[in-house]
Design a protein around this ligand. Sequence first.
Ligand code: LMR
Length: 353
Amino acid sequence: MKSFIGIALILIAGLAVSIWIGFHTKMAEGTLPFDDDQKGIQDQVVIKFSHVVAENTPKGLAAQRFAKRVNEKSNGQIKIEVIPNGGLYSDQEELEALQRGDVQMIAPATTKLSSFSPKWQVLDLPYAMPTSESIIKALNGDIGNTLLQSLEKKQIKGLALWINGFKQITTNDGPIVHPDHLKRQNLRIMPSKVLQKQFDLVGAKAVGLDFNDTYRLLESKELNGEENTISNIYSKKFFDVQSHLTISNHGFLGYAVIMNEEFWNNLTKQQQRIITEAMNEATRLNQRQSFAMNEEQLDLIEKNSSIHIHYLTEKEKREWAKRWEPVYRAFKSDIGEDLLSKMIQLRDSYKDF
Ligand code: LMR
């Protein structure tokens, strides 16, 4: 009798162990135990993230970090396919592609969002954010929030604001030291009324053109200059086809990381949480490394090219800022008095020249 009970106990224990092993093997194979939070994660979600710059740029690196973290956090259930260098769409096409839902995520320069809401022009005002701290403060504070919220009416989900850095001026007809040196220069700018006005005020002929056409137009001398960050000047080799570079730090270039809103709304709460967390990490990294990256690449340009570099002195910067002051008045009603005065207050508290 005793041995019968013994055998029965061994059999019951064996059964319990195999059920336990089976359950855990399934988990290890990736089948998650049921829990409301996990609903919908069984099917892989693919998010195409298209942008126009190179991978070795602040935007390129932040996009890669974001993709990696989403992949890790979702155990591969959400895949972010990053397509750099305008491989899918040019900067002029990508906004419409996002609205159609042909691509799910993009990170255009904030300048390019002024067609959605003229408020975005506040970030383009010359010398509005004179230091890196002032840029971070504007993007992380009220100014950034107001701008991201303005997208809601356009069926776009604003996820974050990323930094590239300060814009500089390159030309084949330099040096550019005083604003008058830009007179009659034929420059590529991002399509923007503020930037147009800025260069009209100094008598330059500025044209809004696609970013990825710039190198060719500079090389063929159809254009003789452009304004951009060191990171874009370096990664797209503009310095190879330009004779002069002026470190003016006269404007800001950064990005709105945005998603098609309908696509966002169809994600589960858990998928949205993963994307938000990964985006916050990528944004923190972007804010830590973008300025240093621009500085390192300026060093590389200085060491490895024959371009002449002029750093504007404080006195020269004051001269440029004064020439461009009328831009603020011209865009007061477009930007809105409240937002403009927040920006002017920020500018004046950080102005270092
Ligand atoms: C430009 O058009 O110059 C920039 O928007 C490119 C970029 O995305 O940095």
